[in-house]
Ligand binder design. Sequence first.
Ligand code: NAD
Length: 366
Amino acid sequence: MTMTQSPALDTSNFVFDKLVQYDYEQIVMVQDKATGLKGIIAIHNTVLGPGLGGTRMYNYKNEQDAIVDVLRLSRGMTFKAAISGLNLGGAKAVLIGDPNKLKSEAYFRKFGRFIENLNGKYITAEDVGTTTKDMEYIAMETENVVGLPEIQGGGGDPSPVTAYGVYLGMKASAKEAYGSDSLAGKTVLVEGVGKVGTYLVELLAKENANILVADVYEPSLKNVVENYGAQIVPLENVFDAKMDIYAPCALGATVNANSIAKMNCQIIAGAANNQLANEESDSELINAKGILYAPDFLINAGGLINVYTEWNGYNRDIAMSNTDHIYNQTLEIFKTAASENIGTQKAAMKLAQARIDGIAKVHSTY
Ligand code: NAD
């Protein structure tokens, strides 16, 4: 059969079209029959340094969903590192399959060997569906992994640092919207009270905010109700609730045309990655409603800052103090957005891109 006769070949350019559209450097597909490993590593941009981003393990419906996810997430990491002043590029990995069925020592060590083969261009960490234990297995095969337990010189769970950054971004947003950064008496709805959401609730409770919470998981809700006096809002009523601040801390894309139409708040500031379902159009809808959006990749960078701190000998206090800049950076973005009459998401992307472009020129000569 000649090339032109092959009916089974999919001739769409779906992957390369995506790679070209947002200028990805490399995408690597890895598989190992013995362990059932099927993974994709996407390296978006390494101008600022090695691409760092966690490994997400998820039972994707199909390969296309996995590719779209890893591309979207790795690009987000480029901007997150750039705007945070870190010398890191953007990358991410996804493992396709049910974490409860596939995980084993051999599975993660094999994945570690694939990471090792990239010679430091990609550094991994934990993400949704993977744990520090999995990272320990990866570390047996490569040094290019961060987020190890503190006892092994790692930074441990990054969630408290992420929550602290989100809290600072929220306070900066309050300063911009209300003239004072106090959250006392403000009603904040935290959607998703997992690791980050729960730490955020703790910080909000200390500041005497009124806390509303929504989650699919009853035990997590019970914990924040009993320990921090939060009030539960049924998930289907999240956008009917009266609130000052909406803090998405579960999944991405909860800020979309449908939800924005219902939203009754002045500020959106949360931890979830990729909160806007559509970067451009949702940004415009938010603006039109007069809602102030604290860009997710700016205010949820605490976790990345935390692992970055591991390079010089991890210290939680240093990680926390390196996260402090999120407050001023958020105010700076609001200023730029207002003066250039653009959305806050666009203003943040512009600043991140300007740093990448500036450093690319620095590296253009020996
Ligand atoms: P997590 O898995 O600990 O918590 C997520 C919570 O969301 C869980 O309680 C879960 O029950 C809940 N949830 C799931 N589906 C939901 C739904 N449809 N509606 C409402 N709640 C739902 O995760 P996490 O580490 O707390 O991360 C939360 C978000 O922040 C994620 O989007 C993650 O990508 C992002 N993030 C986390 C970090 C970090 O340091 N952990 C860093 C940056 C960004």
